[in-house]
Write a protein that binds this ligand. Structure first.
Ligand code: ACO
Length: 150
């Protein structure tokens, strides 16, 4: 298990993380758009009301800024005896903070949540470039991702 560097902590997303740069961290993933605090809060409180299904974790730096983030969504199936599957989404580490094992720590915590909530597996989609990272996090390549954009 990797420890966080001194002064860093990991915790669930909080309603005032908007001011701590949560959306800036996500911008390493894709276009974020111009999201107001009100829209952030609307989404935040929706997810909070569904916190048996959505778990978003953040890593906080010693300067009290958000420098890492990740989410696990728990899907409820009929198959596998009404089994649960965890989907890991939107893993992001601030560009200046990459390579400090923050990404690994987020994944370890999300895998723990998946296992504790009773998932029989945890899956994710990623680019070819990120395969070595996820292999180091204990995942293996399986099947093929397909997408249809609406
Ligand atoms: N290629 C090879 N190895 C890698 C790579 C890579 N691209 N990225 C990390 N690693 C290795 C590290 O060297 C380290 O190995 P070690 O234990 O032998 O030293 C191990 O993986 C853990 O690396 P971390 O330091 O925890 O990685 P980091 O904190 O930089 O986070 C991440 C990795 C999340 C991919 C980060 O680089 C990032 O935010 N990238 C941009 C956004 C992105 O691509 N996110 C993932 C999208 S997929 C999804 O969300 C499901």
């Amino acid at each position: 298990q990797a420890a966080l560097p001194k002064g860093y902590s990991i915790r669930p997303l909080s309603s005032d993380d908007y001011e701590r740069g949560f959306l800036d961290v996500l911008s390493v993933l894709t276009v974020i758009g111009n999201i107001s605090k009100a829209r952030f809060l609307e989404r935040f409180f929706y997810l909070k009301a569904h916190n048996h299904e959505y778990f978003t974790l953040v890593i906080v730096s010693p300067e009290n800024r958000i420098v890492g983030a990740g989410t696990i969504f728990i899907e409820r199936k009929f198959i596998r005896n009404t089994g649960l599957v965890g989907h890991i989404e939107d893993i992001a580490v601030d560009k200046n903070q990459q390579g400090k094992k923050l990404g690994l720590r987020v994944i370890q915590a999300l895998k723990y949540i998946g296992a504790k909530t009773g998932c029989y597996k945890v899956i994710l989609d990623c680019s070819e470039k990120n395969v070595p990272f996820y292999e180091k996090c204990g995942f293996q390549k399986k099947e093929v991702e397909m997408a249809w954009y609406c």
